[in-house]
Design a protein around this ligand. Sequence first.
Ligand code: ADP
Length: 267
Amino acid sequence: IAGHEANYEVTVGPVPGGGAVCTFVDISEQEQISQLRRDFVANVSHELRTPLTSLLGFIETLQGPARDDPAARDRFLGIMAREAGRMTRLVRDLLSLSRVEAEERQRPAGQVDLGGLLLQVAATLKPLAGDAGVTLTVTGAEVPCLIRGDGDQLTQVFHNLIENAVKYGGSGKRVEVGLSVLSGASGMPGRAALVAVRDHGEGIDEIHLPRLTERFYRVDSHRSREKGGTGLGLAIVKHIVSRHRGRLKIESEKGKGSIFAVILPAE
Ligand code: ADP
């Protein structure tokens, strides 16, 4: 069909008394969905195969040449534990993603105090920040701010964003989490909560920003894996924020750092 690029399924049938009816069904969207599904399965298989291949290799070495070498055995067992940990995290994130996708259309019914939740998440991540030499601060947590939402899911959103800021924010730098309440001007009908997670790390090149929340999209795969990433964290964040009728905004400048901001409708 001129001017409209798409894939059509065409059926032609006879009409009683002569002539024919020709039906065109636009199947571009179904094809796109099938392609996405195939890509996802290929990605998952690849992500699982890499640690599995490494585990099998080390098992063979331990059964053979390294059998009587205690130093090598300890080193290999350490690597094997790391690879098994990677698989565990991947399976955990896949399950999370499938759950949040399934629930995306149901409005959450709970009530969440956002300031308290942010303090809790920051406390959980303090040891990780300490190990990375990162100073983690939370401001505005005392601002009364109630959200209609799912506490576990919102915890996961801010856990993923703050963990990323610590992981990619550069050692010895600051990570600042700020909560503020906006009225109007936020693109939301009423009051809204704004949580901004800012780091002063390597930043992200502009060309990557639109694809950052795709499953398994990484700016630097090697670095993400080295940091224990699964490539699913921001995809999970996107779905949870959308379930809460919120918005995720990413601003970044190469070499200067990034801001991941979540805007949620407040009660
Ligand atoms: P991962 O498990 O790899 O961290 P995410 O979905 O959480 O996966 O993030 C996707 C990619 O976005 C990361 O691999 C990283 O390249 C980039 N990224 C996320 N947060 C930041 C940040 N604060 N600074 C720089 N890059 C980031």
